[in-house]
Design a protein around this ligand. Structure first.
Ligand SMILES: Nc1ncnc2c1ncn2[C@@H]1O[C@H](COP(=O)(O)OP(=O)(O)O)[C@@H](O)[C@H]1O
Ligand SMILES: [Mg+2]
Length: 262
C-alpha cells in the first residue's frame, strides 16, 4: 500500500447485534458504521448498556454481528467460522482486560509467551523467549520476567498483560477498561505505555467510562442505545508523560522510596 498513514485498520459497515434470549430480542448494537485508520487511538465511551462490550466483542472477533460487515486489515471477517475467527484473533489482535487475566502462578515471561504457544507462528522456544523479553522491556519490565503476577503490583500486572498483547505484533490492540482496577497514577502510567505504543504506529481501541482517561486517546467515540452518539477528535489531548512529571513531586513526598525502586 502506497500511503501507510491512510491504511484502514478497521471498517464497520452498519454493524448490528441482536441477542435472542428466550422471547425477548435485545438490540445491543443497532447499526454502527465507523472506520479506524492504522495508527489511531480511539476511546470508546458511553453509559452502561450502550453496547460498548458487544461492539468490542465483534471487533475482537469473539462474536459475530447479526447484520453488517466488518473488515479487519482489509479482510472481511464478518461471516467467518469460529475457528477462522480464532485464527484472525491470534494473528491480528491483542487484548488487554480490566482484570489483567494473567495466570497467577505462572511467570511474567510465560504469561507473555502464552498467545504464541498455541499459534501457528513457527518460533523456536529460544526465539519466543527473546521476543517475550523484548515486549516486557517495551513496557518497562526488563528483568522482571521471572516474577509471578502475585509478586507484581497491579500496574505491573497490567504491563505484563500489555506485553502479552504485543507478542504477536498485532494490527490492533483492544483494551476493555484497562485502567478500571488501577489507581490514578498507575492509570496514567498505563496511558503512557499506550501513547508510546501508539506513537510507534500501533492502533488502539480502548473502552473507558472515565473522561480523563479518554483524553489520552486521539479520538473519542460515544455510544448510546446501540448507536454512535458522537465521534470526534480529542481537541486538547493529554500527554501521559507530562502528566506523570507533574504527579511525581506529590508522589515523591508521599512515598520517598518509590522513585528509587521503580
Ligand atoms: N449475551 C447477552 N445476552 C443478552 N443480552 C445481552 C448480552 N450481552 C449484552 N446484552 C445486552 O445488550 C445491551 C448492551 O450491552 P453491552 O454491550 O454489555 O453494553 P456496555 O458494555 O456498554 O455496558 C444491554 O442491554 C445488555 O443487557
Ligand atoms: Mg461493558
Amino acid at each position: 500500500m502506497a500511503d501507510s498513514s491512510a491504511t484502514v485498520a478497521v471498517r464497520l459497515e452498519d454493524i448490528q447485534k441482536t441477542y435472542r434470549t428466550g422471547e425477548v430480542d435485545v438490540k445491543a448494537v443497532r447499526g454502527v458504521s465507523i472506520e479506524i485508520a492504522q495508527g489511531e487511538f480511539v476511546a470508546l465511551m458511553g453509559s452502561s448498556g450502550s453496547g460498548k462490550s458487544t461492539l468490542m466483542n465483534i471487533l475482537g472477533c469473539l462474536d459475530r454481528p447479526t447484520f453488517g460487515r466488518y473488515f479487519l486489515d482489509g479482510e472481511d471477517v464478518s461471516s467467518l467460522s469460529r475457528d477462522a475467527l480464532a485464527d484472525v484473533r491470534n494473528r491480528k489482535l491483542g487484548f488487554v482486560f480490566q482484570n489483567f487475566n494473567l495466570l497467577s502462578r505462572t511467570s511474567a515471561l510465560e504469561n507473555v509467551e502464552l498467545p504464541l504457544l498455541y499459534s501457528e507462528v513457527a518460533l523456536t522456544s529460544i526465539e519466543l523467549r527473546k521476543k517475550a523479553e523484548e515486549v516486557l522491556a517495551a513496557v518497562g519490565l526488563e528483568g522482571r520476567g521471572d516474577h509471578t503476577p502475585s509478586q507484581l503490583s497491579g500496574g505491573q500486572q497490567q504491563r505484563v498483560a500489555i506485553a502479552r498483547a504485543l507478542i504477536n505484533d498485532p494490527e490492533v490492540i483492544l483494551a476493555d477498561e484497562p485502567t478500571g482496577n488501577l489507581d490514578s497514577r498507575t492509570s496514567v502510567e498505563v496511558m503512557e505505555i499506550f501513547q508510546r505504543l501508539n506513537d510507534k504506529g500501533i492502533t488502539i481501541v480502548m473502552v473507558t467510562h472515565e473522561a480523563d482517561i479518554a483524553a489520552y486517546a486521539r479520538r473519542n467515540i460515544v455510544m448510546k442505545d446501540g448507536l454512535v452518539q458522537s465521534d470526534r477528535a480529542v481537541a486538547e489531548r493529554l500527554n501521559a508523560l507530562a502528566e506523570l512529571e507533574t504527579m511525581t513531586t506529590v508522589d515523591a513526598l508521599a512515598h520517598p522510596a518509590t522513585n528509587v525502586s521503580q
